[in-house]
Design a protein around this ligand. Structure first.
Ligand code: NAP
Length: 435
């Protein structure tokens, strides 16, 4: 018998689950379904364009996708082109690995003004994600405020201040390169509601900010405690000590004649976005950290800025018919098992945390649950039925061979030394397949 598994979502969560299943000796058919014609989810649309080494993990995913048990069905959207109930009828297991594509909201007045873009949208825009290619942020302002002290906040700040030369070997979308490098942003404020010890960015990413060609990292030495206090594991304490050390080194750097600055502004909680229809300033309250939590001090200040970019975490979209934990923004599951032939993996399973590699052990857990529960499968129809269903609905699905053609077209369209020039529109991708 053959165990037939549909994995919806082809980012790290989906691929590591497929990979773990492929290690079993069960006879398998794994169908990878993605609403975009392109695979790799967050690696393509979320990882920063100047972090190409991180994107090399795609080589391993590519090997899994080309395994003879695996097929890719791109340009197929769950809930639009195919219903969950239809997949459940066709497959022994349906794994939802659909990520956390939405921005969490700040929940403060003024958040609906023009010039406020959540990280999912802004990162998607510069990464040529079809959903956000028309975002069209106005970068004619001199200052931008990034909210949050995580790695996504630091990614955004860095992409805004790197020079065209520093971005030459990246796959930054060409329209974003034009807007950013032709824009006027000189000061990027990174606001953390807590202090440097509590910041979530990792040290490699922080250190990078001290080595930029035309940008000086600004840190107020008064914000830096002499030592890391509080309850931390030995590992966490070491990581935080390293961050403190790096921030201390920043205070000693010579700004030379660098024309841009990233301001690490700690102990500042945004309370209102000010302006008319468009953002003109951000109002913040100074905080103090008590028992690890930010407490308002009643002292307020304002920063003039034309862009506010909250990078405060992501949230998943509930899948109709699947139990959803609203508080934690995840599908209700036990080790990836949801029930009734449905499983979940990646951020929609555990929340938007961890690095790419965190999805590997996570995928193992889900795969084991599937194998333990379903063994060799129940003789369901699988991909033959899926293809008939899609053909019947007139859905033009994109195969892995098709993706390789799109990939080759992107690579050949790149101006040296860029690795690729991404298509940002689904129609452009599909047009490659017609030529
Ligand atoms: P994150 O690491 O959870 O950081 C979110 C930040 O937003 C925190 O500083 C948090 O502050 C702040 N925040 C949350 N709600 C806020 C509010 N209402 N007002 C002000 N600040 C608020 O999330 P992320 O940066 O989105 O990253 C998601 C995951 O992807 C992380 O695990 C990250 O490490 C990973 N990632 C890794 C890389 C890399 O390895 N290079 C790159 C990008 C992303 P508090 O701490 O006070 O809550």
């Amino acid at each position: 018998m053959t165990l037939r598994v549909a994995i919806v979502g082809t980012g790290p969560g989906g691929f590591y689950t497929a990979d773990a299943l492929l290690k079993s000796d069960v006879e398998l058919e794994i169908d990878l379904i993605d609403r975009l014609p392109t695979p790799f989810g967050l690696i393509r649309g979320g990882v920063a364009p100047d972090h190409q080494t991180t994107k090399r993990v795609i080589k391993a995913y590519d090997r899994s996708a080309q395994n003879e048990c695996v097929r890719f069905y791109g340009n197929v959207e769950l809930g639009k082109d195919v219903a969950l109930e239809e997949l459940k009828a066709l497959y022994d297991a349906v794994v939802l690995a659909v990520g956390s594509p939405l921005d969490r909201k700040l929940g403060i007045p003024g958040e609906d003004k023009k010039g406020v873009f959540g990280a999912a949208a802004f990162v998607g825009w510069y990464n040529a994600h079809p959903d956000f290619r028309n975002l069209d942020p106005d970068l004619a302002c001199s200052a931008a405020a990034v909210i949050g002290n995580g790695n996504v906040a630091i990614d955004i700040a860095r992409v805004l201040v790197k020079t065209p030369e520093e971005m030459a070997e990246t796959d930054l979308s060409d329209y974003a390169a034009t807007a950013i490098h032709g824009g006027a942003v000189e000061d990027v404020y990174m606001f953390g509601r807590r202090g440097p010890v509590e910041a979530k960015f990792t040290n490699v990413e922080l250190r990078e900010m001290g080595n930029l060609t035309d940008c000086h990292p600004v840190v107020d030495p008064a914000d830096l405690p002499n030592e890391v206090t509080g309850e931390w594991s030995a590992r966490d304490r070491r990581l935080r000590e390293r961050n403190l050390e790096t921030l201390r080194e920043f205070t000693a750097l010579d700004p030379a004649d660098k024309s841009k600055r990233v301001h690490f502004a700690f102990y500042a909680n945004p309370v209102e976005i000010l302006g008319g229809a468009h953002v003109e300033a951000l109002r913040l309250e100074r905080t103090a950290v008590e028992n690890g939590r930010a407490r308002g001090t009643g002292e307020f200040f304002e920063i003039e800025c034309g862009l506010v970019l909250p990078a405060i975490g992501y949230q998943a979209v509930p899948v109709p018919g699947v139990p959803f934990d609203e508080d934690n923004g995840v599908i209700v599951n036990e080790d990836g098992h949801v029930g009734d032939g449905v499983y979940c993996a990646g951020w929609v399973k555990r929340g938007p945390t961890g690095v790419i590699g965190t999805n590997k052990p996570d995928g193992d857990v889900v795969a084991h649950r599937i194998l333990d529960n379903l063994g060799a499968g129940a003789g369901k129809e699988g991909r033959r039925g899926l293809e008939a269903l899609l053909a019947g609905k007139g859905v033009r699905h994109v195969t892995y061979d098709d993706w390789q053609k799109i990939d080759a077209a992107e690579i050949s369209a790149a101006a040296d030394p860029a690795p690729r020039r991404k298509f940002a529109a689904v129609e452009e991708m599909l047009a490659v397949l017609e030529s």
